[in-house]
Design a protein around this ligand. Structure first.
Ligand SMILES: Cc1cc2nc3c(=O)[nH]c(=O)nc-3n(C[C@H](O)[C@H](O)[C@H](O)COP(=O)(O)OP(=O)(O)OC[C@H]3O[C@@H](n4cnc5c(N)ncnc54)[C@H](O)[C@@H]3O)c2cc1C
Length: 383
């Protein structure tokens, strides 16, 4: 069995960022590292967006960035300046290529193309059994749950941020290339929290995504019918071609993913609970968590990362409100989008806001669903 100092399972966002960080840090130069990924050729399987202040490490490989967004809900639509933020878009294939190339230049990192099948702890090591043999290391970082512990998704509710998107070319100009639509809640809700998301590349080209925050996924044709109604109806496209599609579902929960960790196994990325519970945004959390993880490894500490307490409480109440009264999502989000400065909202979602900022956001929301969620949090066991 081949032995390493560190094994990383999964060469997606978190696995590649971790491998690249270890590859470029002299502290890890004497360590043997393996990155195990099941797909030899990664495709353009997703689009990552995130916001940050000023220049950032991904700028050279961004596909687009914007300094405005549009937000909408029943009876309002507004274009807001994002300063000090920019909203940035990175294509999956550009990220995989760039980070893959950087890792290829690191002689102490082996890329192993194999499907990890099981992961177990034995003595001072964790052992990964894969389709190409078994490998061991005193510390394995896994972006895949092999398998998830049975009680991982308990005791708190689990919603999904689920979506389908079309990259389209419209025959007439219908997009504002200066401003993505961050959330447009001015669409039929039919009892669930639903919105549209648009990333415009030109007046005629964009990614249009139909997104829900709810428990169950929809049939494909339900996402497609909503996309068609929005593109032809709301946006007014007289005809369009679908160039590519994108689909996904991201867990939204405050359940403690660190339960799946142990002395020699640490989960990263979505499997590590790094998705922001109330929004599903994971990319910038991952980018922020990797240096913290490396710092803990170098200081010989157990690499456990948890969401800061008060933001966990806010997410808990919002998710509880949505789990019990999903039809109210439109009212909750629209109230924030209509009344608040968008940069303040982005600071809050990045978990960097002050208590005063938090208070402003909380008081902009309809109180009923949160009071009921607080009551449930205090007096009822979570369900
Ligand atoms: C379509 C889509 C769009 C998204 N857009 C955004 C966005 O705009 N902003 C944002 O912040 N977040 C976004 N997310 C959420 C999140 O950022 C991504 O899902 C991100 O890729 C998560 O990183 P990860 O490392 O946890 O998982 P992944 O990137 O999915 O990486 C897991 C890797 O493990 C590999 N793998 C799986 N099973 C095995 C196995 N058994 N053996 C070996 N390898 C295995 C997979 O092939 C994959 O490469 C999006 C998600 C999707 C699906």
């Amino acid at each position: 069995m081949k032995a390493y100092d560190y094994i990383i399972i999964g060469g997606g966002a978190s696995g590649l960022m971790l491998a690249e960080a270890m590859g470029s840090d002299p502290w890890f130069r004497s360590k043997r590292i393996a990155l195990i990924e099941q797909e030899k050729e990664k495709t353009n399987d997703r689009t990552w967006c995130f916001w940050e202040k000023g220049e950032g490490r991904f700028d050279p490989i961004l596909f687009r960035s914007w300094d405005h967004v549009t937000v909408g809900g029943p009876g309002f639509r507004r274009k807001a300046h994002l300063a000090p933020y920019r909203y940035k878009m990175l294509r999956g294939e550009d990220f995989y290529r760039e980070f893959g190339n950087r890792i290829a230049g690191c002689p102490h990192i082996d890329r192993i193309y194999a499907r990890a099948e099981t992961l177990e702890e034995t003595g001072n090591h964790a052992v990964v059994h894969t389709s190409q043999g078994s490998f061991r290391a005193p510390m394995v970082f896994s972006s895949v749950l092999l398998p998830p512990p049975p009680d991982l998704m308990q005791p708190h509710p689990v919603l999904q941020q689920h979506f389908k998107g079309w990259f389209i070319r419209s025959e007439n100009p219908v997009f504002d290339p200066q401003a993505p639509t961050f959330m447009d809640f001015d669409i039929a809700q039919e009892g669930l929290t639903r919105f549209m998301y648009v990333l415009p590349f030109s007046p005629t080209e964009a990614l249009v995504e139909y997104t829900l925050f709810s428990e169950d996924l929809l049939e494909d044709d339900a996402y497609e019918a909503a996309l068609e109604a929005y593109i032809s109806g709301t946006l007014g496209s007289t005809g369009y071609d679908i160039l590519e599609t994108e689909k996904g579902s991201i867990p939204m929960t405050i359940n403690d993913f660190t339960k799946a960790n142990s002395a020699h196994i640490c989960h990263i990325g979505i499997a590590g609970g790094w998705a922001k519970p109330s929004t599903g945004y994971t990319f910038s959390n991952t980018s922020r968590n990797i240096p913290r993880l490396l710092d803990r490894i170098k200081r010989g500490k157990v690499p456990v990362l948890r969401q800061p307490g008060r933001f966990r409480l806010y997410d808990r109440l919002l998710l509880d409100a949505l789990a019990h009264e999903n039809h109210l999502g439109q009212r909750i989000f629209s109230a924030q989008l209509e009344r608040l400065p968008i940069p303040l909202l982005l600071t809050f979602l990045n978990e960097e806001s002050s208590l005063m900022g938090d208070l402003r956001i909380i008081t902009s929301c309809p109180m009923g669903p949160f009071l009921r969620a607080s009551w449930r949090a205090l007096f009822k066991s979570p369900s």
